[in-house]
Design a protein around this ligand. Structure first.
Ligand code: UN1
Length: 512
């Protein structure tokens, strides 16, 4: 019994269409002639199942299929499109438990977080179904008599989605639900190490399309960098929504811009939680715990820095260490109900963790808690607190995708905000304060420069209703709620002359 899928405990995988050998390409039918990837359980290092991914030629075909399907889909009335998305949400509801369990198993996140991720997919489908009936343009007053200016939002065409391993289901959901509702077709490449989630999600998705006699308006091509490159460089892909590192995202942004395509970039974060001197201390402790070590520190919104007022510094370090001590026995397999912190995703995360701790110590940091890899068959590290580093140490300014937090002591809220903003990344941020002036300073022009600017709640765990994304090296894109849907559309300004006479704007007279 080499593979987990062969043991009865993992029979739930079959309920969501996973087999021992899977195809990683869907373009109306399932195929894949690239290399075989073996998905592993980061909690044990054991094999789950295999996926034969696509080649760049198969990516090329998937693009063709997606573009063709678009021609039909863009003519379907928006509320009818919304109803299809509603049905997809219903289907995700039906499979929430086994699909969420697969998310947990393949990523390494605990059961409730795996379930929570599929819940985000369901929520965005509900949102998109409503959006389909209300998203609209406007009527603008014209300066010319009997003229009307209209603004309309039309689909772009085929939208490419490249998602990361840490949210292998929800990130596709946010993009696909909104892109499809606004009349686009979508082409997805998930992270290679979470190919099973891509396959299971697309199976559930495609059943709804088939049942409604729709062409493959959502296609999938799993694969490596060459396959991703094809998607990025192909001008038939009108928008590329990319989630991943700042480094790769910068290249994606430049490549897509070269061909005047559009991008949505959701890149790294270096999210700070600021603790004012009058903060609700118990709430800070809870927020820090979930923020720093939830999802084993592998959300882009994870709290990476705690910037605390000097009056509360000693107490916070002391009490957070006590909390971490209580958590340590709860580090374990992601599907064990007693686990609070699962493994990190791969050996690579372990290497990054080790390098960051070593560098921090070399730079004069002190490990207040943790700091070591846990020797076991999976990929486990100790949740880690590092103190005494200068706020601008290189390691503090870098995003390490692991449960490490740097606690920094600040003299004032002004200084804390300055440190919050001095990093390259600009995704999420939070302040804990009861002081109304400081709260308004935080959300004002000289406050946090991030896309997410919270007060008295965590840096992570954003809801789908708001726009999700960040500034600076985080890439500037926005997904999910608010008016993020506009990015999946082209805007047409329509001047309509119903006067029967031609009149130039600005009073220009031009006739012979
Ligand atoms: C991510 O880590 O890629 O705010 C996204 C959150 C989630 C999304 C995280 N809703 O934590």
């Amino acid at each position: 019994n080499d593979y987990l899928i062969d043991s009865p405990e993992y029979a739930f995988l079959k309920d969501i269409g996973i087999e021992r050998e899977n195809c990683g390409v869907y373009n109306g039918s399932w195929k894949g002639s690239g290399e075989v990837l073996t998905s592993i359980d980061p909690g044990t290092g054991r094999k789950i199942a295999n996926v034969r991914v696509g080649t760049s030629e198969e990516m090329n075909e998937a693009i063709k299929v997606g573009v063709n399907a678009y021609q039909q889909w863009c003519q379907v009335p928006a509320p009818v499109r919304g109803d299809i998305i509603r049905q997809i949400g219903e289907e995700m509801r039906k499979y929430k438990e086994p699909l969420g369990k697969l998310v947990s198993l393949e990523v390494g996140k605990i059961f409730s977080e795996g379930q929570g991720e599929v819940q985000e997919f369901i929520d965005i489908c509900d949102y998109a179904a409503g959006l389909s009936r209300i998203y609209s343009g406007q009527v603008i007053n014209s300066e010319r008599p009997e003229h009307t200016i209209l603004e309309a939002w039309r689909p772009l065409g085929l939208v490419g989605i490249i998602s990361a391993y840490n949210f292998p289901n929800a990130v596709f959901g946010w993009n696909a639900a909104i892109a499809l509702t606004t009349g686009n077709s979508v082409l997805w490449k998930g992270a290679p190490t979470t190919s099973l989630v891509s396959v299971a999600t697309m199976k559930i998705f495609s059943e709804v399309l088939k049942r409604n006699n729709l062409p493959p308006i959502a296609v999938l091509c799993q694969g490596g960098a060459d396959v991703g490159q094809k998607l990025v460089n192909d001008s038939r892909v009108k928008l590329v929504s990319f989630t991943g590192s700042c480094e790769t995202g910068r290249n994606v942004g430049v490549e897509v811009q070269k061909r005047f395509g559009k991008v949505i970039l959701e890149l790294g974060g270096n999210n700070a939680l600021i603790v004012d001197q009058d903060a609700n201390f118990n709430m800070v402790l809870e927020a820090a715990l979930f923020g720093c070590i939830g999802t084993s520190g592998q959300r882009c919104t994870t709290t990476r820095r705690i910037i605390v007022h000097e009056k509360l510094y000693d107490r916070l370090v002391k009490e957070l260490v006590v909390k971490y001590k209580q958590v340590l026995p709860k580090v374990g397999h992601q599907l064990d109900p007693n686990t609070l912190v699962g493994p990190v995703h791969s050996q690579q995360n372990i290497e990054h963790y080790k390098a960051a701790v070593a560098e921090a110590v070399k730079l004069g940091g002190k490990v207040a808690f943790g700091g070591k890899v846990i020797e076991s068959e999976g990929f486990y590290v100790e949740p880690t607190i590092i103190i005494d580093l200068p706020h601008d140490s290189p390691v503090v300014h870098r995003e390490t995708f692991a449960p490490i937090v740097y606690i920094l002591k600040a003299k004032s809220i002004e200084e804390a905000i300055e440190w919050n903003n001095e990093v390259d990344q600009g995704l999420s941020s939070a302040i804990f304060t009861e002081n109304i002036s400081n709260a308004f300073k935080w959300i004002g022009a000289q406050g946090s420069d991030c896309g997410i600017v919270n007060i008295n709640t965590t840096t992570n765990g954003a809801e789908i209703g708001g726009a999700f994304g960040g500034e600076k090296h985080t890439g500037g894109g926005r997904e999910s709620g608010s008016d993020a849907w506009k990015q999946y559309c082209k805007r047409s300004t329509i001047t309509l002359n119903h006067s029967g006479k031609l009149a130039c704007a600005q009073g220009v007279v031009f006739n012979v």
